[in-house]
Design a protein around this ligand. Structure first.
Ligand SMILES: Cc1ncc(COP(=O)(O)O)c(C=O)c1O
Length: 398
């Protein structure tokens, strides 16, 4: 068999641990809280079809032609207005880059700023695909402790002092994947100040911020940024549909120009038809009402999750109570191998994502992520009953 000589960027073990978990959880017998998908029943299929039809009628040739690497102007204008309205972030058109999913924004920032050995500070735990991206550029990760109010700023400052080669601080401040936690406004302000003080960049990743079903809006880290050290990224994946692969980055013009060059090497530009269609969708629809419908449904599902957890989980199990987004985080004391716990749960025909791959360093034993956005209401209680039985058995066997 040929031994392929891959670059150092390719993970040595070549395994996709999370893929294997999702595969195992895909058995129809299993009620799976493992996925991370939006509810497809709320995709605006009819309205989007009308938008696509209109694009073909009015801009068909342009939408099918090659386009600009920075993105379609009409969509960049929508984004510019959107970040002002939702996050009080001022920008000019040249601050806005459309990306192929916000995943590409992660990749471009990694490519542009992380040399092998550079330190990237991440929340402990954090979005696992961001770890994969920065790892592929040779990042040295340092995890920063979190609590219910998000990343701890005293811990961050210590990490910045201890790691003078830090390039980037990565944060998901709203309804974080995987914990569902939200960073307070006070910490966000401090984060922007620390970035300037230590001359490091903050990558603020906000896919979930608009899906708020409780509590009050918290201003973006970027809204406190006076020096250009904060790069803000978001996506239409959770509010419209992930299949369009449309995300964006708002940053200093110089950064946007450099990332545009890198994006050109990656894919020339993001799908033109999708960009035209989403710009048209915004022009013709009440997007806020649509997002409210999503938030209301997820809020209802989250409440059912908490009811089930309270009813069926053994005493002592901790869990977060998110005010938005798609995930909550569970910590089971006394369990030291979460992957074994996952296997036990599969025997009870229920699944979650073990916490381990969300940690840059030592994982927290007994922690896992539950998704509720794509879980039908009647399945929630049944699934949590099974999970409660599996957890009770695991805790009692210790
Ligand atoms: C925290 C976070 N960032 C980025 C992404 C990537 O989203 P997309 O590429 O669909 O915009 C996700 C997807 O789940 C996510 O949870």
């Amino acid at each position: 068999m040929t031994q392929f000589k891959y670059s150092k960027r390719v993970p040595a073990d070549g395994t996709d641990a999370v893929g294997a978990i999702l595969q195992a959880a895909a058995d129809p017998k299993i009620i799976s809280f493992a996925g991370g998908l939006p509810a497809p029943e709320l995709f605006p299929v009819k309205e989007m079809k009308a938008a696509v039809d209109k694009v073909f009628d009015e801009h068909g040739q342009e939408a099918m032609q090659y386009g600009a690497a920075k993105g379609v102007t009409a969509l960049r204008e929508v984004i510019q207005q959107h970040v002002k309205e939702k996050e009080d972030v001022d920008s000019e058109l040249d601050n806005v880059l459309v990306t192929t999913g916000s995943e590409q924004a992660l990749d471009l920032v990694g490519k542009a700023f992380v040399d092998p050995g550079d330190t990237v500070l991440v929340e402990q735990p954090t979005y696992l695909c961001a770890l994969d991206v920065f790892r592929s550029y040779g990042a040295n990760f340092v995890g920063v402790e979190m609590d219910e109010e998000g990343m701890k700023m005293d811990a961050l400052e210590e990490a910045l002092k201890a790691n003078p080669d830090t390039k980037l601080v990565y944060t998901v401040p709203n309804f974080q994947n995987p914990t569902g936690r939200t960073m307070t406004a006070e910490r966000r302000k401090k984060l922007a100040e620390l970035a300037e003080k230590y001359d490091v960049y903050v990558l603020e990743d906000n896919p979930y911020g608009e899906i708020r079903f409780a509590g009050e809006h918290v201003p973006a880290v970027k809204s406190f940024d006076k020096s250009g050290h904060v790069f803000y990224m978001s996506t239409f994946s959770k509010t419209l549909a992930p299949g369009f692969r449309l995300g964006w980055l708002v940053a200093d013009k110089d950064v946007v120009n450099k990332l545009t060059v890198l994006k050109q090497s990656a894919d020339l530009h993001t799908d033109n038809l999708a960009q035209f269609a989403v710009a048209q969708f915004f022009a013709d629809n009440d997007v806020d009402a649509h997002v409210k419908e999503i938030s209301d449904l997820y809020g209802k599902r989250k409440n059912l999750m908490l009811e089930g957890i309270k009813k069926y989980f053994p005493a002592g199990v901790k869990y977060t109570d998110p005010e938005g987004g798609m995930f909550l985080w569970v910590e089971v004391p006394g369990v030291d191998d979460t992957v074994e716990l996952f296997k036990d749960c599969l025997k009870h025909n229920v699944a979650f994502v073990p916490g381990d791959p969300f940690f840059a360093g030592e994982p927290q034993p007994g922690a896992f992520r539950l998704n509720y956005s794509n879980m039908q209401e009647d399945q929630i209680e049944a699934g949590l009953k099974r999970l409660g039985e599996a957890l009770t058995a695991a805790v009692n066997n210790k």
